[in-house]
Design a binder for this molecule. Structure first.
Ligand code: PGA
Ligand code: MG
Length: 221
């Protein structure tokens, strides 16, 4: 049995519309102008404090000023129910069903805080697949520090292990943790695919079960 750990935002789920809506709620409440979806999407991947700092910078405000803590608190409050605009990427449910049926241990390591991560997994009926879910606030350090990914791997206990994610942060994290990285190319990545360290890339979750089997074949042999 292998251990397969997934990133969440931009990998299993397209959550940018909910994150965009929550961002605009907090901006407008502060008297700041709302932002377009692609701009907010480009801020996703390093957790809520980073996202809020990016929102403030883009709005011409001090990202380290007193507004930051207030907006993080308000965003976090809204985030816990921000599930209605989020959908799994096509083929995700079938791929998870196939991988679970093969007996692999499945986990999540995301920079999204744990409560909204669990809420959206429940809302989309995805929670049933995962034995371990590590959020961006589950450990003192967030990805790309390898600690949360290694803790997720240790909690799952399988071997060999793969990390599957969509971003620069995930690629760096897997590299630093020494896990084989599979890149989903259709998420929130900003850099070109070839600049990210990865063992393999895929653009459709229908490809993932066969790709995982190929990646595990040498180790199994
Ligand atoms: O919340 C974020 O900033 C990103 O979350 P992710 O780690 O699931 O991509
Ligand atoms: Mg991601």
């Amino acid at each position: 049995m292998a251990t397969l750990i997934f990133d969440l935002d931009g990998t299993l789920i397209d959550s940018a519309p909910d994150i965009h809506a929550a961002s605009n709620t907090v901006l407008v409440e502060e008297g700041l102008p709302p932002m377009a979806l692609p701009e907010v999407r480009s801020f996703i991947g390093r957790g809520v404090p980073h996202l809020v700092a990016c929102l403030l910078t883009a709005a011409g405000q001090d990202p380290a000023g007193p507004r930051h803590a207030r907006l993080v608190a308000r965003f976090t409050d809204i985030y816990e129910d921000a599930v209605g605009l989020t959908v799994p990427y096509p083929g995700v449910v079938a791929a998870l069903e196939a991988l679970a049926a093969e007996g692999h241990g499945l986990g999540i390591c995301t920079n999204k805080p744990l409560v909204p991560a669990q809420a959206v997994l429940r809302h989309l009926d995805l929670a049933r697949f995962f034995t371990v879910v590590t959020g961006g606030d589950s450990h003192p350090l967030k990805k790309p520090d390898p600690a949360p990914l290694l803790a997720t791997r240790d909690a799952l206990g399988g071997n060999p292990d793969l990390y599957i994610g969509d971003s620069e942060v995930d690629a760096e994290c897997a590299h630093r943790a020494g896990l084989t990285f599979l890149l989903f190319t259709e998420g929130y990545r900003k850099a070109p695919v070839e600049t990210l360290p990865h063992a393999a890339a895929f653009r459709d979750f229908a490809e993932l079960p066969a790709l995982v089997a190929r990646m595990l074949a040498p180790a199994a042999g």
